[in-house]
Design a protein around this ligand. Structure first.
Ligand SMILES: [Mn+2]
Length: 269
C-alpha cells in the first residue's frame, strides 16, 4: 500500500509541552512523520521546562518527537526554533546554528505569495507572563495536576460506565475568556507586528488555533497546540495558510506500519 503523504511548503507548530503529562507526543510524532515540508518552525513551548523537567516524567514518546525533528533537519528540512516561556532556558541559544536548526528570538517568514510574517512565540505580549510570572507558573502546575488527576479518575471510573472527564480542559476554558480580556493578546501582538512593517504575525502561546484578519489589516495566525487541539499551521505551496488538525487527517494513516500502540496516559485524556 502506498501511503498518502502530507506535503507543505512550511509547517509551524508550537506548544508541544514535551515532558508534561498533557503532551500528545505520539500524535506529534505521527504528524511529523507523515508530513513533508521545506521549512519547519518550532514556535516555542516545545519542551516544558516548567512542569516537565523531571527525569521520571520524560517518556520515550517525547524522545521520539525530538528524534523525528532531528531526522527532518538532517534530511534537508530547514528547521527554525524560537523558544517560548516554558522553554525560555533555550533562549540562551538564540543566534546559534545547531546543524540545520536555527535558534532565535523571532524569525521573518516570507510566504510563496510574498507575505512577510513575524514568527514569534508571543509570551512577551501576554501580561500574565510578563507582569505576573509566578501566577503563570502556578497556573501551569495546576494544569499539570488537573491533567494527571483527570487521567487517573478516567482510568479508575471510566471502566465503570462513568463518563469521560477532562478536568484540565474545562478549567482552562473558563479561565481563558478572562485572560483573553485581561491580556488583549491577539490585538497587541497583531498591531505590534503591523507597526514593525510586517503583513502579520504567526504565534502560539495561548493554545487557540486561529487565522484571522485584524481590523488594522494585518494577519493573526495562531498555530494552536499539542495539548488539547493537536493543530499545526501550514503554508501550502502557493502561499496559502491553513490550520491542520491531526485528528481530522489521522484516519488517512490508519494501519500504517509505523503506527505504535496508543500511549497509556496521553491517549486516555
Ligand atoms: Mn507559552
Amino acid at each position: 500500500m502506498v501511503m498518502d503523504r502530507l506535503s507543505f511548503r512550511t509547517v509551524f507548530i508550537s506548544d508541544l509541552h514535551l515532558g508534561s503529562a498533557a503532551c500528545h507526543a505520539e500524535r506529534i510524532r505521527r504528524f511529523l512523520y507523515h508530513t513533508d515540508c521545506e521549512n519547519l518552525y518550532l514556535v516555542g513551548d516545545i519542551v516544558d521546562v516548567w512542569v516537565g523537567a523531571q527525569s521520571w516524567k520524560w517518556k520515550q514518546a517525547h524522545t521520539n518527537v525530538i528524534r523525528t525533528v532531528l531526522g527532518k533537519a538532517k534530511g534537508g528540512c530547514q528547521v527554525r526554533y524560537t523558544p517560548g516561556n516554558h522553554d525560555g532556558l533555550f533562549r540562551k541559544l538564540c543566534g546559534a546554528e545547531l546543524g540545520n536548526i536555527l535558534v532565535d528570538h523571532s524569525f521573518v517568514h516570507t510566504t510563496a505569495d510574498g507575505k512577510r510574517l513575524l514568527v514569534v512565540h508571543g509570551d512577551f505580549y501576554d501580561r500574565t507572563v510578563t507582569a505576573f510570572k509566578p501566577l503563570a507558573w502556578v497556573g501551569a502546575w495546576c494544569y499539570e495536576f488537573l491533567t494527571v488527576t483527570g487521567a487517573w479518575l478516567n482510568a479508575v471510573f471510566g471502566g465503570r460506565g462513568v463518563g469521560h472527564m477532562d478536568l484540565a480542559a474545562g478549567a482552562k476554558k473558563r479561565l481563558k475568556s478572562f485572560f483573553e480580556y485581561f491580556t488583549n493578546f491577539q490585538e497587541r501582538i497583531t498591531v505590534d507586528a503591523q507597526r514593525q512593517g510586517f503583513d502579520g504575525v504567526i504565534c502560539g502561546h495561548v493554545h487557540g488555533p486561529l487565522i484571522a484578519r485584524h481590523e488594522c489589516g494585518a494577519l493573526y495566525a495562531n498555530t494552536g497546540d499539542w495539548v488539547s487541539h493537536c493543530s499545526a499551521l501550514v503554508e501550502h505551496w502557493d502561499g496559502r495558510l491553513e490550520l491542520v488538525f491531526w485528528d481530522d487527517v489521522a484516519e488517512r494513516f490508519v494501519g500504517d506500519p509505523y503506527q505504535l500502540p496508543a500511549l497509556e496516559l496521553t491517549e486516555s485524556l
